[in-house]
Write a protein that binds this ligand. Structure first.
Ligand code: SF4
Length: 333
């Protein structure tokens, strides 16, 4: 199975429960950013630039837990910034595991070792390490020599201790897919449990940098990744991959992955910041979801990012037996 059965069972109950209650918009993954502080300054990262003036702000553990409770998503992705430099990460993870939330710790792994020695492996805990290419490319994108070797060492350590480890690879204009295939082959060889692949996020603040894919380029790159998904355990759903390679269209579901950070609930989505709201209810009530679902905002033009469109898969899946069957086969593979 592609995901732990506990996660699949919880998600199924949650989705069916919401459908029975007639709820149209509900969160699946809370993107929780306790701090935007980071120990790297990567070329394609919009976060450290967008939040430059407030980068030292941090959420308390209590505030994080309240956000998790208010939104109710079964999955919490702890990202940032770099979560391992958040001073209360250990306590936050313990508290969320007690609440049976499925956690993804999205990290560059530089400071991961201490936590790997503290935490116990659990189907509720996944370590998600970003890997953007083989050694020269990865170190260049991250502007840190030696990082690739640190990451490989951390993956090996995490696997030897029994953790579930996935990697996250961002595809930019210059990304060479032969290199990504070689990377996946190396990572699969050291036991990585799955690969998340996503087109580079064109944050508004980074507009004008010639590194992000336009739609047609995304289609071409992901045609190749579709083929790779037959050889490697890529975690993106087949429906989302078909969307990325231009075979079908999907609406966006930005409410599926709300983002909470020291400034509040960021709306409307991970990419666009029109406002920060004090409460989750305010975010839901005051965002014009119709516009963003239908990609009517000009800033949505090139966007195909997973936090908007993977959640749409949940809405679409029950509409066709063919999709359902493909999803089932994919999940069990
Ligand atoms: S398509 Fe969705 S995720 Fe992308 S920018 Fe628009 S609202 Fe945000």
């Amino acid at each position: 199975m592609r995901f732990p059965w506990q996660l699949q069972w919880t998600l199924t109950k949650y989705i069916v429960g919401n459908a029975l209650r007639g709820k149209k918009r509900y969160p699946l993954v809370l993107m929780l950013e306790p701090t935007h502080l980071c120990n790297l300054a990567c070329e394609g990262c919009g976060k450290i630039r967008e939040f430059e003036s407030t980068i030292r702000d941090m959420l308390s553990v209590e505030t994080c837990l309240k956000a998790v409770e208010d939104c109710g998503a079964p999955i919490v992705s702890i990202c940032g910034g770099e979560p391992t430099i958040y001073p209360h990460l250990g306590e936050l993870v313990d508290e969320l595991l007690k609440r049976k939330k499925f956690l993804y710790i999205c990290t560059n792994a530089i400071k991961l070792e201490k936590f790997l020695r503290q935490w116990k492996p659990s189907p509720y805990l996944t370590i998600n390490i970003s890997m953007d290419g083989l050694e020269p490319t990865h170190d260049l994108i991250r502007s840190r020599k030696g990082l690739y070797q640190i990451d490989i060492r951390m993956i090996k350590l995490a696997k030897s201790l029994g953790f579930r480890v996935v990697t996250n690879t961002t595809i930019y204009k210059e990304t060479k897919l032969e290199e990504i295939e070689q990377l996946f082959s190396e990572l699969a060889g050291i036991g990585v449990d799955g690969f998340l692949v996503t087109p580079g996020y064109e944050y508004t603040i980074l507009k004008g940098r010639d590194i992000f894919l336009e739609k047609q380029q995304t289609h071409e790159k992901f045609e190749h990744i579709w083929e790779m998904s037959k050889r490697y355990r890529i975690l993106s759903t087949p429906m989302y991959l078909r969307f990325l390679k231009g075979e079908r269209d999907l609406k966006c579901s930005p409410w599926g992955g709300p983002n909470y950070n020291p400034q509040g609930w960021k709306g409307p989505c991970y990419l666009i910041t029109d406002a920060h709201y004090k409460t989750y209810d305010e975010l839901m009530a005051r965002t014009d979801w119709e516009t963003f679902e239908n990609k009517r905002d000009p800033r949505c033009a090139n966007c195909m990012m997973h936090s908007g469109f993977e959640h749409t898969v949940v809405r679409e899946i029950g509409k066709s037996w063919k999709d359902l069957w493909e999803m089932l086969r994919w999940n069990l593979a």
